[in-house]
Design a protein around this ligand. Structure first.
Ligand code: LLP
Length: 454
C-alpha cells in the first residue's frame, strides 16, 4: 500500500459534526469543488490519472459514530467491500455480513473472526452456492437463511448449528422498485406465513433458530422502516425464547440531493429498543439488537473524479463528456439514481457561469448518461461552465459505486484512494489493461491469420 503524506491544504469544505455532514451533498452540488478532505483534486488526478474513486475516511468514522446507540452495527459490505474500507470499519467496532464466498474471503482477509459471539461475520443470502456452502462449513460461519431449502443444506454440513432466519414480512420499500426487497414480488427472505413451517423444519434437522432478520429494501424511509418493528415483534413471538438476536436490516436513507431529508436516528433506535424491551420482558433474557446498513456508512464518503474530454452541442442539449462511464458508476443507468455533481476547473482556470448540461461517459452505448431519470429519460443539470481538461466530481458514490463497476467496453477498473488525516493511501491500484485480459486466451493463437483466409 502506498502512503503519500501531504499537509492539509485547507481545513476542508466539510464541517465536522453531525449537522455539517448531514448537508454534505447539497453543499457542493451544482457548484465548484476543488478539494476533498484538504486534498487538491487537480493534484490527485495529475498524480493518479482519471477516473479515480476517492473516500474521505473521517466521514466514514463519523457515520459509525452516528449509529453508536445500536449494540451491533453490521456493515452490508456489498456497498463497498474494498479491504481498507472494511479494515477502517473494523477499527470502529463495526462487524460485517457476507453474501458470497468472495465476501467471506474479504472479511477473513481483514481479520474478522468467524466464530466470535456475536458473530463478526454472518453469511446472509437466499441461496448457498456450492462454493459459499463449503466456506461456511469450513469456517463454521453463522448463517442468516433467506430460503427454506437452505435449512437442510446447512444442517448437512453444520449439524446442530444456531441459525438466523431472514423473513419477508409481506411488504417492502426502496428508492427504486429494483431495491425493494419485501412483498410477494421479491425473491428475498422466507415468506412470513412460512415461519412456523420453517421452525419445524429447523427443529427436525437439529438446528436452533436464535436470530430473526428483516430487510425491506434499500434507500427507504423511517415511515416504512417503522412498520418492520411490528412485523418483527409478531414473528419473534412465534420463535419464542430461543431467540437471542433481532436484526433490523439496513436501508437507512442517504441525502443525495436538496429536498431529501435524512433519518431521525434517535427515533428509529427508540422504536427498535421498544420491540427489543418487550421481547426481553416476555422471554426473560436479553435480546441483542443489530442494524445492517450499507449505504449509510459509506455513500457520502465517496467521490468519483473524472475528466471532461469533450464539450459538444446536440440540438438544444449541451453535453459534457467525461472519461468515466457506467462501467465505473452504474447507479444512474440502473435506477435513474441522482448523484450530486461539481466542477473542478483545471489549474489556473476559472469556472464559467452555471449552464444546463447533460453529462455522459465514454461508452459506446446511448444509456451511458449520468444525468438520467428512472426509465432512461435524459435530464439536464445546472453545472458551472467547464472546458476540456476540467474535472467533474460525482459525489455520494461511496456505496454501490466501485463495487458495481465492470469491464464493459474493455475499460479497466478505476483506482481507489483513501484520504485520511492528511494521508493519501492507494487502496486499489488502477487495473492494468494486461490484467483485464489475463484470464482469457485465444484458442486461435496457432492459426496464421493468412492461412485462415485461404
Ligand atoms: N442487508 C441486506 C440483506 C441487503 O440486501 C442490503 C442491500 C443491505 C442490508 C444494505 O442496504 P443499504 O443500507 O445499503 O440500503 N445497488 C443498489 C442497492 C442494492 C442493495 C442490496 N442490498 C443501489 O445502488 O442503490
Amino acid at each position: 500500500m502506498l502512503v503519500w503524506p501531504v499537509g492539509r491544504l485547507a481545513c476542508g469544505l466539510l464541517g465536522i459534526g453531525n449537522e455539517g455532514y448531514r448537508m454534505i451533498a447539497t453543499q457542493y452540488d451544482g457548484k465548484v469543488l476543488t478539494e476533498v478532505a484538504g486534498f487538491s483534486l487537480n493534484q490527485l488526478v495529475a498524480g493518479y490519472g482519471s477516473p479515480i474513486y476517492l473516500y474521505d475516511a473521517a466521514l466514514i468514522r463519523q457515520r459509525c459514530q452516528d449509529l453508536k446507540a445500536f449494540e451491533t452495527v453490521r456493515f452490508a459490505q456489498k456497498a463497498c467491500s474494498n479491504l481498507s474500507i472494511l479494515g477502517l470499519l473494523k477499527q470502529q467496532g463495526v462487524v460485517v455480513d457476507a453474501v458470497s464466498a468472495g465476501e467471506i474471503l474479504r472479511a477473513l482477509a481483514v481479520g474478522y473472526s468467524p466464530t466470535s459471539d456475536p458473530p463478526e461475520i454472518v453469511y446472509t443470502s437466499d441461496i448457498f452456492d456450492r462454493e459459499a456452502l463449503e466456506m461456511v462449513a469450513e469456517h463454521r460461519l453463522h448463517c442468516n437463511l433467506g430460503s427454506p431449502d437452505m435449512i437442510e443444506q446447512l444442517a448437512a454440513v453444520q449439524p446442530g448449528a444456531e441459525i438466523t432466519l431472514r423473513i419477508n414480512p409481506g411488504f417492502g420499500h426502496g428508492h427504486s422498485q429494483k431495491t425493494n426487497t419485501g412483498g410477494p414480488q421479491s425473491k428475498h427472505g422466507i415468506w412470513h406465513e412460512q415461519l412456523p413451517e420453517c421452525l419445524e423444519r429447523a427443529a427436525a434437522c437439529g438446528l436452533t433458530v436464535v436470530g430473526l432478520h428483516m430487510h425491506i429494501g434499500s434507500g427507504t424511509d423511517l415511515e416504512h422502516l417503522a412498520q418492520v418493528c411490528q412485523a418483527m415483534d409478531q414473528c419473534a413471538r412465534m420463535v419464542g425464547p430461543s431467540l437471542k438476536t433481532i436484526s433490523a436490516g439496513g436501508g437507512l436513507p442517504t441525502v443525495y440531493r436538496a429536498g431529501q431529508s435524512g433519518m431521525d436516528l434517535a427515533a428509529y433506535y427508540q422504536l427498535w429498543d421498544e420491540v427489543r424491551g418487550g421481547l426481553e420482558a416476555t422471554f426473560g433474557h436479553s435480546v441483542h439488537l443489530e442494524l445492517e446498513p450499507g449505504r449509510y456508512l459509506v455513500a457520502e464518503s465517496g467521490y468519483l473524479l473524472t475528466e471532461i474530454r469533450a464539450v459538444k452541442r446536440m440540438g438544444d442539449n449541451l453535453f459534457y463528456l467525461v472519461d468515466a462511464g457506467f462501467n465505473n458508476l452504474a447507479r444512474p443507468i440502473l435506477y435513474g439514481a441522482y448523484h450530486p455533481m461539481a466542477i473542478c476547473p483545471a489549474p489556473g482556470r476559472a469556472a464559467g457561469p452555471n449552464q444546463d448540461v447533460v453529462v455522459g461517459g465514454p461508452l459506446c452505448e446511448s444509456g451511458d448518461i449520468f444525468t438520467q431519470e428512472d426509465g432512461g429519460v435524459v435530464s439536464r443539470r445546472s453545472l458551472p461552465g467547464a472546458e476540456v481538461g476540467d474535472l467533474l466530481v460525482i459525489g455520494c458514490t461511496g456505496a454501490y459505486g466501485s463495487v458495481m463497476a465492470s469491464n464493459y467496453n474493455s475499460k479497466p477498473l478505476a483506482a481507489e484512494i483513501l484520504l485520511d488525516e492528511g494521508q493519501l493511501r492507494i487502496i486499489r491500484r488502477r487495473q492494468p489493461l494486461e490484467e483485464m485480459i489475463a484470464s482469457e486466451r485465444s484458442v486461435w493463437e496457432a492459426t496464421e491469420p493468412a492461412a485462415a483466409l485461404r
